[in-house]
Ligand binder design. Structure first.
Ligand SMILES: Cc1cc2nc3c(=O)[nH]c(=O)nc-3n(C[C@H](O)[C@H](O)[C@H](O)COP(=O)(O)OP(=O)(O)OC[C@H]3O[C@@H](n4cnc5c(N)ncnc54)[C@H](O)[C@@H]3O)c2cc1C
Length: 604
């Protein structure tokens, strides 16, 4: 597999040129720390860590974790890389300074997480999960819980997990069976089994803090009866150090399709001691703090798959010789032309590239709202951040992870037969990428969240805010005589996407009045259309900035010209795919729901 290079220029372009991050930072605590110089230093040093320490362990880590009598050993080199990561202070980048964190904005770690994921997805999940545990305790923990756990988690000395799934339920958590019974000392006795717990057992840290959903004896039916608990692997001693072993044990780890270096554990809680987080029966809403953090991290795993697959495929396409170009010989001294000359290979490479760069911009854009939500000084801004991030999250998670799989698949295809062979590393990216569309809520569930909760129940408010902003941004480029012909076209296409996006939402609402299944029938296509619309806005922003930079003669002109080439491919050849989704959303329902369920019963 070719070496991996972090696209630092692209992060700096987004942070310093395309988005007005500095203006947003003025509204948040710790924003003053993230100066352009500081951002450059963090991204450059972070890139070195990812390229030198993590990327070389990506392929070897595919050998996987080993389970022996409840203990898990991570692949060779993982532990050492984790030690270097924590010693260099990377784990505390955005942590609360009160608990030893460096207090930088969430958007900074969001970009850094993408680098980590691209360099070594399976490894990056170990510290990635701790971030969600920190966010949950920060928002919902008692002062004492914060004192005991936060500094350990922020420093990376301890790690975190999220434990929702049980054998019979992952999506439908109302069916959960894990039980919590109060002890006389205020703690709880927890019994049950959780499955598929990422980073559930490993040898990287001295303690693992499980954040677990369970039901109290008096729990009401359904999701309103779920509570949230901290269940540490080792109970903290009075002085805060690691104390007695708790009754939580790793029964096994899964043999799975990808991310072999990350242990997916079965955890048995047999009279384990747990501590309630927040109030009884309100665990699921508290857990959403964790899930919102994890969902944005998962979205950037889609970007990571696209970036890594693109880097591998583009390097191969330059070197690999096959046939002659139909438009004339390109490599007269060689036996054949490089495959990068062939239009279909370019189609695949450019698709990967628009996905990687476009989705990176989407996550960066939304990370401004994450900054407001987590750290705005003004409560109104905090609410605004939460609302806007809430609308973006299912689109980021659902659309980007699906596109990440598309890009990883093209990585295999560009390599031809070699893509299918383990040694070349491309099939690993495809296998790894596949889980991102499943965990943290499947694409189908993200789509329902976007359509039902974030659009229809919201009475289109957030959709209107988003699409109005798109139009406000694009219109001046349509009206100005100074705009280039291409940019005017991109702006026009973006406005059309904004208008169509709203229309599709209204049409579905009307259809749903007659038949409620219209929501589920169109929701994934609506999610995908939303992703294309969101990405169109991002590509317009990037193209506009690149054109302005070229006109003013500032910066690296090759970088900006490349950006404009990629933008052209996006608008000409990638965006038209949105039309299929638009058409399908409003197709007749009978083709999907008309047949009885036993139509699918092959035993009859
Ligand atoms: C490698 C790996 C790591 C994981 N890590 C974690 C972890 O750290 N913590 C954790 O708690 N869990 C974890 N999970 C579990 C994961 O989050 C669940 O598998 C996922 O949420 C889906 O749940 P399920 O498997 O029960 O599928 P089900 O809920 O049974 O769903 C099956 C299918 O039905 C669809 N479906 C279900 N309900 C509806 C509906 N109402 N409308 C439309 N479609 C529907 C789903 O979209 C899916 O396609 C992990 C799983 C894996 C494989």
């Amino acid at each position: 597999m070719p070496g991996f290079k972090v696209p630092v220029d692209d992060y700096l372009f987004l942070f310093n040129e395309v988005m007005d991050m500095q203006a947003n930072y003025k509204h948040i605590e710790g924003g003053d720390l993230a100066t352009p110089d500081m951002l450059e230093a963090i991204f450059t040093e972070g890139a070195k860590f990812c390229e030198n320490e993590l990327a070389p362990l990506y392929q070897s880590g595919d050998e996987g974790c080993q389970w022996h009598q409840g203990q898990v050993t991570t692949p060779e080199g993982f532990k050492e890389a984790y030690r270097k990561y924590t010693e260099a202070g990377w784990s505390s980048l955005t942590g609360n300074p009160q608990f030893g964190g460096q207090g930088l904005p969430t958007s900074v770690s969001s970009a850094f997480n993408e680098m980590l994921n691209t360099a070594n997805w399976a490894w990056a999940m170990y510290p990635g999960l701790s971030e969600g545990a920190v966010a949950t305790l920060q928002d919902h923990g008692t002062d004492q819980q914060k004192q005991v756990y936060l500094s350990k988690l922020i420093s990376g000395l301890w790690s975190g997990t999220m434990c929702l799934t049980e054998a019979h339920c992952g999506t439908d958590l109302a069916q959960m069976k894990t039980k919590a019974v109060p002890n006389s000392d205020g703690s709880y006795k927890i019994n049950g089994t959780k499955i598929f717990i990422s980073a559930g057992e490993h040898d990287l840290t001295e303690n693992i803090v499980h954040i677990v959903l369970a039901k109290l004896p008096d729990a009401p039916e359904g999701t309103k009866g779920i509570s949230l608990f901290i269940i540490p692997k080792f109970l903290p001693a009075a002085d805060g150090s690691v104390g007695e072993r708790n009754a939580v044990n790793c029964g096994s780890i899964e043999h799975k399709m990808g991310i072999h270096g990350n242990a997916t554990a079965v955890l048995n809680f047999d009279d384990a001691t747990g501590f309630l987080i927040g109030s009884p029966h309100s665990g699921l809403s508290a857990m959403f703090t964790y899930m919102n953090v994890a969902r944005i991290g998962t979205a950037s795993q889609g970007t990571a798959a696209a970036e890594r697959a693109y880097q591998g495929a583009s390097a191969y396409a330059i070197e690999r010789l096959a046939m002659r170009s139909i438009s004339g010989v390109k490599n007269p001294d060689g036996p054949a032309d490089p495959i990068v000359c062939h239009p279909d290979v370019r189609r695949m490479l450019l698709t990967q590239r628009v996905i990687a760069e476009g989705s990176r911009a989407m996550v960066c854009y939304a990370s401004q709202f994450a900054d407001l939500y987590t750290s705005a000084v003004d409560p109104k801004k905090r609410q605004q951040g939460e609302d806007r991030l809430g609308f973006c999250t299912p689109i980021l998670k659902g659309f980007i992870t699906e596109q990440g799989v598309v890009a990883a698949n093209y990585g295999v295809q560009v390599f031809g037969g070699h893509g299918y062979i383990k040694e070349y590393g491309m099939e690993q990216i495809l296998r790894d990428s596949r889980i991102a569309t499943i965990y943290e809520g499947t694409t189908g569930i993200q789509a329902l969240d976007l359509m039902a909760r974030k659009t229809l129940l919201d009475k289109f408010q957030q959709l209107k805010i988003f699409t109005s902003e798109m139009r406000r941004f694009a219109l001046p480029y349509i009206l100005s005589t100074k705009t280039s012909k291409s940019l005017r076209k991109y702006a026009w296409l973006t406005v059309k996407m904004a208008v169509k996006w709203r229309y599709l939402a209204f049409r579905t609402a009307l259809q749903a009045k007659k038949n409620r299944d219209a929501i589920g029938a169109g929701s994934v296509d609506f999610l995908m259309f939303s992703g294309y619309a969101f990405m169109a806005y991002m590509w317009l922003m990037m193209a506009a900035k690149a054109e302005a930079k070229l006109e003013s003669g500032e910066g690296d002109s090759q970088f900006f010209r490349d950006k404009l080439h990629t933008a052209e491919f996006f608008f000409e050849r990638y965006l038209p795919q949105s039309k299929v989704h638009a058409k399908t959303i409003t197709s007749n329902l009978d083709s999907l729901m008309g047949m009885p369920s036993d139509y699918f019963d092959n035993s009859k």
